[in-house]
Structure formats: structure tokens, C-alpha cells
Design a protein around this ligand. Structure first.
Ligand code: THG
Length: 278
């Protein structure tokens, strides 16, 4: 096989893509109202649908719901743990909310997220180690999301170095090269794909890579089509998982098919059902 292809495929290992369900997010009206009215059943139903669609973990974000972010987050964590033992991906920029939510997690936890600044990494990497949690680190620094590949790769390297310094297992580290909406940042998809390719060979073993997939199509018309095409391209470039809508079956099927074609799963006529464990 061509060397570049061998590298791209073998560096990824054989793990299935890691699907973090995006829907428990106060940016969606049903979830926001559920939080504001402390209506557990709405939240629990959304969680169960994400799981049925094939989520391996659930992102939890209070969004713009009224009230205290802390109380809202702790209530969400509790409500969701009543119906699932899947890992919870605690999505908040507030450090105090993050630490308290981690304490409330009986399920395994993923910290979402740290920026790649020295200051944030010095707080979040030890927090992950202390709580036995996985960590998502974004290639964002004080000046925001970089436009070029090199700065993202440098930040990725800085993240890996910090993780090693503090004894965070590299297999517990996810780097997120950050998707911006394609209608305002059309050069970004190619930059993200190239960043994935370069960071994948940075360390052995490499960290894992995830993205917030739906960002790419915000305010676009053909959202599901854009999301699933992006997912397939990113998986081929080395993506390990995504925060995405597992209830979008066309999206899930495209991702599963890409993985089958990359020989992460042996083909059989029922490969989709086999993948989902149905
Ligand atoms: N990286 C990491 N975490 C993240 C993101 C990321 N968490 C949040 C976000 N980005 C990923 N989750 C979503 C969830 C929803 C949408 C986009 C990303 C979305 N929502 C609709 C919208 O804005 O149009 C909400 C409106 C609606 O449909 O009701 O698109 O990048 N680590």
C-alpha cells in the first residue's frame, strides 16, 4: 500500500468511532424548558433516544437555561444517571461547575473542555487525573481558533506534553481541532483534516481526536448532508469520534460505513446492525 495510506489507516487502531450524543444541550428548546421546569422525563427521554441511536456517551450542557449554571448542571447529571451508566461528557466553561459535576458523577466522566493555554491546561489536566476522568482539550488559545494548520499542530503538541507532565494517560486524552461553521469559515474543513493527519503521527500512542460535528452546518440549509459528509472525511483523516446527533440515522450509517470501508469492521450484509449491536 502507498505509505501515506498505510500511515493514515494503521495509526488509527481498530477502535470503533466514539459517539458522544450532543442533544442534552440547553441550546435546544425542549432541553432548555426541561431544565427550567425541572422536568426530568423530558431530559431522560432525550437521553434514551440518543442511546438508542448509538451514543457511547452523552454530552451535557446547560446552554442558556435560566437559573444557576451550577444547580442546572448538577440536576442534569443526577437526572441522566437515573437512566444510564454511560460516560457523561461535562460541557461547561466554568471551572467550579466542572469540578462539582465531576464529584456528582457516578458514571465515568469526560471533561469538556480545556483550552490549550498554559493557564487552563495547568488546571484541567490535574483535575482529570484527580477525578480519573478523560479530558477534551481544544486547539484554542488566547487569540481564539487559529486559521492555519501549524498553530493547531503546535497547540496539539503542547497539550500532549502537558498531559505527559501530569501523568494523564494519553489514551484518556482527546484533542478537538475545533470546527467552525462552513458558511462563515470555508477554509476551515481542509485545515482541520490536515491537522488531524499531522497530529495523528505526533506521538506513539497518539491521543484521540474528536470534534463537535454539528458546528460545521450551523445556519446552513442541508445540515444533515453536510454533517455526514464531513464526518466521513474526518474519519478518513484520523478522527476517533464526535459530539454529534446519534438520532440522525443517516449520519450514523455514513460513519459506520466509512469505518467498515476502513476495515475497522469486517463486511457482512448486516454490518450496520452488527455495529450497533442490534
Ligand atoms: N467541541 C467540543 N464541545 C462542543 C462543541 C465543540 N460542545 C458544544 C458543541 N460544540 C457541540 N454540540 C452542538 C449541539 C448543537 C448544535 C451544534 C453543536 C446545533 N444546535 C442547533 C443550532 O444551533 O442550530 C440548535 C437549534 C435547534 O436545532 O433547536 O447546531 O465543537 N469539545
Amino acid at each position: 500500500m502507498h505509505e501515506a495510506l498505510t500511515g493514515a489507516f494503521t495509526a488509527q487502531g481498530n477502535e470503533k468511532m466514539f459517539v458522544i450524543g450532543e442533544r442534552i444541550n440547553g441550546m435546544f428548546d425542549d432541553v432548555r424548558k426541561g431544565i427550567e421546569n425541572r422536568d426530568k422525563s423530558i431530559i431522560q427521554q432525550v437521553a434514551q433516544k440518543q442511546i438508542k441511536g448509538g451514543a457511547d456517551a452523552l454530552d451535557i450542557n446547560v446552554g442558556t437555561a435560566r437559573g444557576q449554571a451550577m444547580d442546572n448542571m448538577l440536576w442534569l447529571v443526577e437526572s441522566i444517571q437515573e437512566v444510564t451508566e454511560l460516560p457523561l461528557c461535562i460541557d461547561t466553561t466554568k471551572f467550579d461547575v466542572m469540578s462539582e459535576a465531576l464529584k456528582a458523577c457516578k458514571n465515568s466522566a469526560i471533561i469538556n473542555s480545556s483550552k490549550a493555554t498554559e493557564e487552563e491546561l495547568e488546571r484541567y489536566v490535574p483535575l482529570a487525573v484527580e477525578n480519573n476522568a478523560r479530558l477534551i482539550a481544544l486547539t484554542i488559545d488566547k487569540s481564539g481558533v487559529p486559521g492555519d494548520v501549524d498553530s493547531r499542530v503546535e497547540m496539539g503538541a503542547a497539550i500532549v506534553t502537558k498531559a505527559m507532565e501530569h501523568g494523564l494517560d494519553i489514551s484518556d486524552l482527546f484533542i478537538d481541532p475545533v470546527i467552525l461553521p462552513v458558511n462563515v469559515a470555508p477554509k476551515q474543513p481542509v485545515v482541520v483534516m490536515e491537522t488531524l493527519r499531522q497530529l495523528k503521527v505526533l506521538s506513539d500512542p497518539p491521543p484521540k481526536f474528536i470534534l463537535g460535528l454539528s458546528n460545521v452546518s450551523q445556519s446552513c440549509k442541508l445540515r444533515s448532508l453536510i454533517n455526514r459528509t464531513y464526518l466521513v472525511m474526518a474519519l478518513a483523516a484520523g478522527l476517533d469520534g464526535a459530539i454529534m446527533d446519534s438520532m440522525d440515522s443517516a449520519l450514523m450509517e455514513a460513519g459506520i460505513t466509512a469505518e467498515m470501508l476502513m476495515e475497522k469492521q469486517i463486511y457482512c450484509d448486516d454490518y450496520i446492525a452488527a455495529y450497533l449491536g442490534n
